[in-house]
Design a binder for this molecule. Sequence first.
Ligand code: HEM
Length: 295
Amino acid sequence: MTTRQSPSHPAPLDAGTRAARAAGNAGEPTVEFAEATPYEQYVGVRQLQALVRPVTEHPAEPAFLVVTQVMELWFTLLRREWELGQRQLRADDLDAAIGSIRRSVHHLRSLDATWGSLLWLTPAEFNGFRDQLGEASGFQSYEYRHVEFLLGLKAESVVRPHRGLPVVHADLQRALAAPSLEDDVLAYLARRGLPVPATVLERDRTVTHEPDPAVTALWAEVYTDPRPGNELFTLGEALTDVAEVFTTWRQRHVTAVRRAMGAKPGSGGSAGLAWLKRSAARVVFPDLWAARTVV
Ligand code: HEM
């Protein structure tokens, strides 16, 4: 039975039909389509292109805009991977959760590499379109806030800018009060009988995670057996990779800002560089780092 596909989804193709088509094409790609190619139906290239709307004619602006949009897509993908990892941890499927977290490390590295496309941006070039961006600032990226919240970097103040967009605001408020990835890891460890204090399991989830001596000691104990067969060690290292590469992204942002605009105030209303440096210094998964001093 064939199901009618919506215009935005390509029709499915089973292996037998695919083989028959390749044979019929004498091994060459199919070139006849009655409507938009299945690739276009799947990827939506025209929709993507329609979103690249520079506000000036300055030749440097399209790269700035596209890099920002690409980074937004990486944030969305990270969010999906970590929310999936949380569901897998809640189902006590540690192998699957480690798989999701490891996959996210590859995405993070690609996100980080995206800075390479902006490093040529000089202050004069940035000045060429900066004023036209008005008060627009990455500070207002709500997808980035979801990423931070999942990593345990929480603050009510960063939810506030989104009050004017109720759906986004409600989603962010929910995420602020929801468990972070680390909260789900610790709940999983507690279910496995590890000594996670009740105060940590029940901590206020709307504020940034602080290191806890008992959790630091717990990770230090896990790290006394650093063999691949120790799945909790593997989990700890995957989370440490996440923290490290995310931190690298934030540090590269600080460097990109210093390079493109020095210490001028930010378009989002902050002091700029000095404010960003403080923000980037917040530690992700502090107990995993503190454990290294104890081991
Ligand atoms: C060279 C280009 C860039 C410059 C000069 C720049 C500048 C700044 C400044 C000054 C801030 C502080 C807030 C404010 O505006 O007052 C900021 C925050 C931020 N920017 Fe950028 N930015 C650049 C590129 C990007 C890109 C490509 C992204 C990707 C989405 C991005 C995402 C962010 C985020 C998420 C914050 C908030 C950081 C935090 O809360 O710690 N920025 N940016």
